[in-house]
Design a binder for this molecule. Structure first.
Ligand code: ADP
Ligand code: MG
Length: 195
C-alpha cells in the first residue's frame, strides 16, 4: 500500500507530527541533532559551500541547527540565514557571521537584526525545516508556503536538503502543484536521496 496517498489533510498531518515532536525533551533534540550531524558528515560533501540554513524555533522543538552551523563552519561553509517577512510570506537572506546579532521574534523565530542582506543566486545548499516527508521527497512544512516560494527561486544546481527528526512517512503525502520536493533528507538514522 506504499504508493497510496494518505487520506489525511495537510493540517491533520502537521498536527500529528508536531504532537510527536512535542514529546521530545531538549536532551532528545540535542541527541537527534548529533546523529544528524554524523549522517551529514559521513555522506555529503559539505566543504566550502555557500549554505543556507534556518535557526531553530525552540517552541516547535526544531533540530538544533546552531550545532549544525558550528559543524558547517569547521567545513569552511559560508552561512546564510533567513528572516521572515510575514506580510508577503517571503524570506529575506542574511550572511551569518560572528558579528550578526540575533533576536527572537514574536513568533519565536531567531532572526538577524543587523545582518548583511545577501543574494541567493549562487547558493549551493539549502537546509530546509519540515514536519514530515515521504519516500519520494515530498515535504510538509508549517503551512505558510515560505519555503515553497523560496525554493522556487533557486538555481537547479542548488541542493535542497530536508532535516527531519523522524524517518520517511510510509504513505505519499498530499501535495499541491506549488509544493517543491527535496533532493535529500537527513534524519538521525540515515540520509535519504531523491535524486
Ligand atoms: P507548507 O509548504 O508550508 O507546508 P503549503 O504547501 O500548504 O505549506 O503552502 C501554503 C500556501 O502557500 C499555499 O496555499 C499556497 O497558496 C502558497 N504558496 C506556496 N508556494 C507558492 C508559490 N511558489 N507562489 C505563491 N504562493 C505559494
Ligand atoms: Mg508546501
Amino acid at each position: 500500500m506504499q504508493n497510496l496517498t494518505i487520506k489525511m489533510t495537510k493540517i491533520e498531518l502537521r498536527q500529528m507530527f508536531q504532537n510527536k515532536r512535542n514529546l521530545l525533551k531538549d536532551d532528545d533534540i540535542d541527541h537527534l541533532t548529533d546523529k544528524i550531524i554524523i549522517c551529514l558528515s559521513e555522506q555529503l560533501n559539505l566543504e566550502n559551500k555557500k549554505t543556507h540554513i534556518f535557526l531553530p524555533i525552540t517552541k516547535k522543538k526544531e533540530i538544533n541547527t546552531y550545532k549544525i552551523i558550528d559543524f558547517l563552519r569547521t567545513k569552511k561553509c559560508k552561512i546564510i540565514i533567513p528572516k521572515s517577512d510575514f506580510k508577503n510570506s517571503t524570506l529575506n537572506h542574511f550572511e551569518y557571521t560572528s558579528d550578526t546579532e540575533i533576536k527572537i521574534t514574536e513568533y519565536g523565530i531567531p532572526e538577524p537584526i543587523n545582518g548583511i542582506e545577501t543574494s541567493i543566486n549562487d547558493l549551493e545548499i539549502v537546509f530546509i525545516p519540515l514536519l514530515c516527508f515521504d519516500f519520494i521527497g515530498n515535504r510538509l512544512g508549517y503551512g505558510k508556503g515560505f519555503y515553497d516560494r523560496f525554493l522556487s527561486t533557486l538555481s537547479e544546481d542548488c541542493l535542497k536538503i530536508g532535516l527531519s527528526h523522524f524517518d520517511a512517512f510510509e504513505s505519499l503525502l498530499p501535495i499541491e502543484k506549488f509544493d517543491i520536493r527535496l533532493d535529500y533528507c537527513i534524519t538521525p538514522n540515515r540520509v535519504y536521496s531523491f535524486i
